[in-house]
Design a protein around this ligand. Structure first.
Ligand SMILES: Cc1cc2nc3c(=O)[nH]c(=O)nc-3n(C[C@H](O)[C@H](O)[C@H](O)COP(=O)(O)OP(=O)(O)OC[C@H]3O[C@@H](n4cnc5c(N)ncnc54)[C@H](O)[C@@H]3O)c2cc1C
Length: 509
């Protein structure tokens, strides 16, 4: 009860006492003092209520308004034919769920942290954009699109280890006969499940009508240990367990790349994670076209023009943007308030809330640490952590821990704003268990990112539902447009929205 730490939210500094004092029943965490910084944008709702009462101080005309600077919004901006656009991002930084945090001058991922080499049957437009950004090039020998920046590849011996029931094993899925039967069962889907997910053949759409669990239960003698490992992997990539996600999404996870062939696949993970892709896209754009701290809180069509209500959240100034076209790449659940008529196309989307915790350590020697340190925890929400030292030896050691909460528990994430201490100490306890070493005394500071509506869960029906994504020069992009929550799908959704606006035509997917 005597350990103390500081909680810092929106500039305020509060001294709190910790209530956990051990990382297991046997070992004690040493007394530690550190600051906890919390980043959450839940105060936005309050700001909007103020904004509605404010007079419009500026009216700005542009050709296209892009809402949201995640992977999708930036891909859209990079793919527009004209540079007469404004990109509004509500956060002070770009990236959304592919964001990063600056700790002592270096960037560390606060969300998506990796991608893998792309097979040649992936969508041409996404590959073309990544090649244009000088991120990938085609390797004639491996027949894969591989990464240009080799320094950020993770070597296979450093890739991952998994904590399970007090010991460490090589991989999440236990190496059993059941695993071999599982791989054999999925063999029929070789080369059939590329990205973007819009390329899936119609014959596979029936797999979107049942859960992954029902599919596995039908064909394999599944057991608790196997499903526990599958559920971990599904939560990690899709925010839901095998009983929540469709068989189409589940099978895709194992078949989107040739994982079980002899080929070695490049695993690309810079310390800033997928913010690397954000940086590359932002570098293509004129900074004058990007407005950070700009929240779009209303959209209305008046004649042939779109009128957007925008709040400059830093200066608390209300503006109006008038445009011919809009690309909306923000999360769709907010359409209920921003443009009610469009919400119906996305009313089936259920989001998993995530919490990302960056822990800066001082001089801790952590033996056998891997890039990704998976953790199969009894409550299932703590998914493990990434070690920045494996990504880049020259940087400080930052462990980035991930939590995925059930979709109905959005309030849990909001509650962490005032009571994150227990979560931080639980995380330290779990990491200490992993290393069999108390890391508490090495902690310098902790950064928490609360992501309320972080990941659309690909539930049965989600991937194959018909949605109108372009209407009246309003186009939708983002992973929550019926896509898988993956970088390549986000990228493609942005490209397609821009293409539709470029062509000024309607598409129905
Ligand atoms: C914790 C976590 C880890 C992940 N790891 C990986 C990974 O390793 N690899 C991978 O491929 N994928 C990963 N993903 C999936 C990831 O979500 C996608 O890869 C991709 O980043 C999604 O991009 P997006 O543009 O569709 O959405 P978002 O990233 O959600 O971007 C939406 C943007 O719009 C802004 N916005 C929303 N509303 C408004 C508004 N009204 N006005 C202005 N701006 C607005 C938001 O602030 C945000 O910046 C991860 C996701 C999470 C949550």
């Amino acid at each position: 009860m005597d350990r103390r730490s500081f909680l810092k939210l929106g500039g305020g500094l509060v001294l709190l006492a910790a209530c956990r004092d051990s990382f297991s029943s046997k070992e004690k965490i040493k007394q530690a003092k550190f600051v906890i910084h919390i980043d959450s944008n839940s105060a936005i709702g309050h700001k909007v209520r103020i904004a509605i009462e404010l007079p419009v101080t500026r009216s700005i005309e542009t050709e296209t308004l892009v809402v949201g600077a995640g992977i999708a919004g930036l891909a859209a901006a990079c793919s527009l034919n004209s540079n007469k656009f404004v990109l509004c991002e509500l956060d002070p930084t770009l990236g959304g769920t592919s964001g990063a945090i600056n700790i002592n001058g270096d960037l560390y991922s606060q969300g998506a942290h990796y991608d893998l080499a792309y097979p040649s049957n992936y969508g041409k437009e996404g590959l073309f954009l990544l090649e244009k950004l000088e991120i990938i090039h085609f390797n004639e020998k491996s027949k894969l699109w591989e990464f240009v920046d080799k320094q950020y590849l993770i070597s296979s011996d450093k890739e991952e280890a998994c904590y399970y029931n007090g010991s460490i094993r090589e991989s999440v899925l236990p190496n059993t006969e059941l695993k071999q039967n599982f791989i054999a069962l999925l063999k029929t889907y070789d080369n059939q499940l590329p990205l973007p997910s819009t390329l899936f053949q119609k014959e596979l759409h029936q797999l979107d009508r049942l859960t992954f669990y029902d599919y596995l239960n039908k064909y394999l003698p599944i057991n608790h240990e196997f499903i526990e490992a599958i559920d971990y992997q599904m939560l990690d990539d899709f925010g839901g367990t095998s009983t929540q996600i469709s068989a189409l999404a589940g099978i895709h996870y194992y078949k989107c790349r040739p994982y079980y062939e002899s080929k070695e696949l490049e695993l690309f993970s810079p310390p800033q994670g997928n913010y690397y892709f954000i940086q590359k896209m932002a570098a293509q754009l004129d900074p004058a076209n990007i407005q950070k701290n700009h929240l779009v809180f209303g959209l209305q069509q008046k004649g042939k023009k779109w009128h957007a209500d925008v709040l400059d959240t830093q200066n608390m100034i209300r503006k109006e943007y008038i445009s011919d076209n809009v690309i909306y790449a923000g999360q769709k659940h907010a359409l209920k308030y921003i443009h009610k008529d469009s919400y119906a196309a996305f009313n089936d989307v259920s989001y998993a809330p995530w919490v990302v915790i960056n822990i800066e350590l001082d001089n801790a020697i952590l033996e056998n640490s891997k890039w990704q340190n998976d953790f199969l925890s009894p409550d299932g929400t703590f998914l493990g952590f990434v070690d920045s030292k494996v990504q880049d030896k020259t940087k400080n050691r930052v462990l980035t821990a991930y939590y995925c909460f059930p979709s109905i528990h959005h309030y849990v994430v909001k509650n962490f704003e005032s009571s994150a201490e227990d979560l931080v100490h639980e995380t330290i306890a779990n990491i200490s268990l992993y290393y069999k070493k108390d890391i508490g005394s090495y902690i310098k500071q902790v950064f928490i990112k609360l992501l309320g509506h972080a990941m659309p869960i690909p539930q049965p029906g989600y991937l194959t539902r018909e949605r109108t994504l372009v209407k009246d020069k309003l186009a939708f992009a983002g992973v929550d447009t019926g896509r898988l929550p993956l970088m390549f799908d986000a990228l493609d959704s942005g490209i397609q929205a821009a293409k539709a606006i470029n062509n000024l035509s309607s598409i129905i997917i």
